[in-house]
Ligand binder design. Structure first.
Ligand code: PEP
Ligand code: MN
Length: 337
């Protein structure tokens, strides 16, 4: 971190800043210029509040040269993280296809869809038991019963299950879930992030609707700082001025995150677009861009789905797409070999 001081800084204030930083274990390199003095801060600056320092009377500007996230940072962990979930691995060159309904609606529904997506090549079953709905009058999910139905579908198909945790109080119900999903709306629910950081199950963090890469990675950092290194990132579209699609899919996040972090990257074209016919082209683009996996909503009867029907694929449409994506992924690996 670099602190640029105003010209002729008050000596007492400067001394107290320097003492305060040294007490935090920071070494200071001072460089005196013609008009400005610059302090180069060396050491672990991740716990320093940049805004607090910038607000001091004697400070003109502060610049970070190191990212504020450490555990999630590729600089300190060059090898890709591979998250093991039962018999499957997320990251490490695999293409993970997570598929299933937006909401678990009944045991029969989720078991039927699970069997279909498994046959098509999906490696994980997704389904919401607790649903974050914009309207309190919309279907809110089956809750604990929904998790039981997901477990029944796993029993039938062997597919590991990923489902969203909305609130701390629900955590005990997730003891048999394979991957805990933190939804876009909860990406900065720091108590929830701390709680899933204190347990060992893999955690998939969806990007907040208006979150920057750094904010998203800081959410991953919360989980990792608690001891849980099994973190997966999921891009699900961000809010822009465009209203034609539900959100705007940010495919640039794939190469950017590859550079910044070692964590696996999943792309969710369903929530990103809100339209079933856009899922195929954007999933294809995501695989070509190098994602580690996809999260795709599939429903046996989208017209009557209790949640997100317009963006859900029918099993037969998903079947064709999954085959194409697996072929494309193999092609990309050959091209890059
Ligand atoms: C979901 O995956 O069903 C969901 C609610 O996603 P998001 O948090 O990305 O809106
Ligand atoms: Mn959904």
């Amino acid at each position: 971190m670099i602190v640029i001081l105003k010209s002729n800084p008050n000596r007492d204030q400067l001394e107290s800043l320097i003492t305060w930083l040294q007490e935090k274990g920071i070494t200071i390199h001072t460089s005196i210029g013609e008009s400005h003095t610059i302090l180069g801060l060396v050491g672990d600056t991740s716990a320093l509040d940049i805004d607090l320092i910038a607000a001091l009377d004697i400070v003109d500007d502060v610049k970070r040269v190191q990212e504020p996230y450490k555990n999630a940072n590729r600089k300190f962990h060059p090898a890709d993280t591979v998250v093991k979930v039962r018999d499957t691995q997320i990251g490490g060159g695999n293409l993970t296809i997570m598929a299933g309904p937006c909401s678990v609606e009944s045991e029969e529904q989720v078991v039927t869809i699970a069997k279909a997506v498994k046959k098509s090549g999906a490696t994980m079953l997704r389904g919401g038991a607790f649903k974050p709905r914009t309207s309190p009058y919309s279907f809110q999910g089956l809750g604990a019963t929904g998790i039981e139905y997901l477990k029944a579908a796993r029993e039938e198909t062997g597919l590991p299950i990923v489902t969203e945790l909305m609130d701390l109080s629900q955590l005990p119900l997730f003891k048999d879930v394979d991957v805990i999903q933190i939804g876009a709306r909860n990406m900065q629910n720091f108590d929830l992030l701390k709680a899933v950081g204190r347990q060992e199950k893999p955690v998939m963090i969806k990007r907040g609707m208006s979150a920057t890469y750094e904010e998203w990675l800081m959410s991953a950092e919360y989980v990792m700082a608690g001891g849980n290194q099994n973190v997966i990132l999921c891009e699900r579209g961000i809010r822009t001025f465009e209203t034609y699609t539900r959100n705007t899919l940010d495919l640039a996040c794939i190469p950017v995150l590859r550079k910044l972090t070692h964590l696996p990257i999943i792309i969710d074209p369903s929530h990103a677009t809100g339209k079933s016919w856009l899922v195929d082209p954007l999933a294809t683009g995501a695989v070509a861009t190098g994602c580690d996996g996809l999260l795709i909503e599939v429903h046996n009867d989208p017209a009557h789905a209790l949640c997100d029907g317009p963006q859900s694929l029918k099993p037969e449409v998903f079947d064709a797409l999954a085959h194409k994506l697996l072929k494309l992924h193999a092609c990309m690996r050959d091209l890059e070999a």
